[in-house]
Design a protein around this ligand. Structure first.
Ligand code: AMP
Length: 329
């Protein structure tokens, strides 16, 4: 969609305007798009409506502190609040709303819809990021923008579109980015340090991943990463997900996945990426979900790992077969 979503933007703005207490949340294990969108929207609401009590919740992540500080709340104080859920389609993956008696949900998200359904629901699967949607909302409503809000939104867009590489990057993305930069005069090239700063340990760990990835005949790249390797390289459970996009365009792999042992929770955290087959159908069969070409899952044991690898390998095989039969037509 390249036109501005004026009708849903009006509904979203009206709903925000009608509440004095607002809690903004996003998914567990946040990435820059999730964190930046919730903080940017909170700061814009605070700037526009100083009398409202608006907070952004969820577990803070040290390496994302540039975006701003999240709020710790007493749920009782926010009883009856409007809950705005960003970048998260599933109720069970919302972070930080335990014991919150909210009045209703307003959702803004670019994931395929799941079980969250509020009276105002803006789901746009073809948006490259939730930050693009929040930028569209702010730029086309009375909500206010300042340089910090624009910088956060810019970083979320750059991060989730993988520097404008993914197919959901559209002319609309560029128009929104241009407007963000010109109206707020953000010095955008100086911001990349906040996205791309990394330790030498992480670079060495990336070398380990490249060295040890297995690739099947059908084009599935996979790697099971034991907890002791995470410890040895001094990285954490989120690092494989942070690095997985760097493994795009490997000629031999059309789908690739990192299966990382999560010893604390007695299971495996899984990241999957694709540049062909749709992978979120398989992800959803293994306690997961996400986008068509960028998904995640959770596995419990070796048996599930093997079933998962087999299912993804089948996806690759079917995709290649369909491509060959299309060539024959
Ligand atoms: P990640 O590989 O962690 O960057 O996740 C890729 C995408 O999949 C993101 O949109 C996540 O929100 C989504 N995702 C990751 N893990 C899960 C899960 N267990 N269930 C549903 N969605 C997930």
């Amino acid at each position: 969609m390249t036109t501005i979503n004026n009708s849903i933007i009006k509904k979203v703005y009206k709903k925000i305007k009608s509440y004095d207490k607002i809690v903004i949340a996003r998914h567990v294990g946040p990435d820059p798009d999730a964190i930046a969108s919730e903080i940017a929207l909170r700061d814009s609401i605070r700037l526009t409506f100083p009398h409202k009590s608006c907070v952004a919740v969820g577990l803070g992540v040290a390496k994302f502190k540039y975006y701003g500080i999240l709020d710790k709340i007493n749920p009782e104080e926010y009883a009856g609040a409007l809950l705005i859920v960003l970048d998260c389609p599933n109720l069970h993956r919302i972070d930080g709303i335990e014991n919150l008696q909210y009045q209703e949900i307003l959702k803004i998200d670019h994931h395929p819809a799941e079980d969250i359904k509020g009276p105002v629901d803006w789901t746009e699967e073809t948006a490259c990021s939730t930050c693009q949607m929040i930028a569209e909302l702010i730029l086309n409503s009375p909500l206010k923008l300042d340089t910090k809000i624009a910088s956060n939104l810019y970083l979320g867009i750059v991060s989730d579109s993988e520097r404008f590489l993914y197919s959901y990057t559209t002319t609309k993305t560029f128009k929104i980015v241009e407007k963000l930069i010109t109206t707020s005069k953000i010095d955008f090239t100086s911001l990349y340090i906040y996205l791309y700063d990394r330790s030498l340990d992480e670079v060495r760990f990336q070398g380990y991943l490249a060295e040890n990835m297995q690739v099947t005949e059908n084009g599935l790249g996979y790697l099971i990463i034991p907890a002791e390797i995470i410890k040895k390289y001094n990285v954490d459970l989120a690092t494989p997900s942070n690095l997985i996009n760097s493994f795009n365009y490997i000629r031999e792999a059309i789908v690739w996945t990192f299966i990382t042992e999560d010893a604390k929770n007695n299971g495996y955290k899984v990241s999957i990426r694709s540049r062909g087959p749709i992978i979120n159908t398989t992800a959803s069969k293994f306690n997961g979900g996400g986008h068509k070409y960028a998904s995640g899952a959770r596995l419990n044991n070796e048996e599930e790992i093997q079933a998962f690898i087999k299912a993804l390998d089948n996806d690759c095989e079917n995709y290649k077969r369909a491509q060959i039969s299309n060539l024959d037509k």
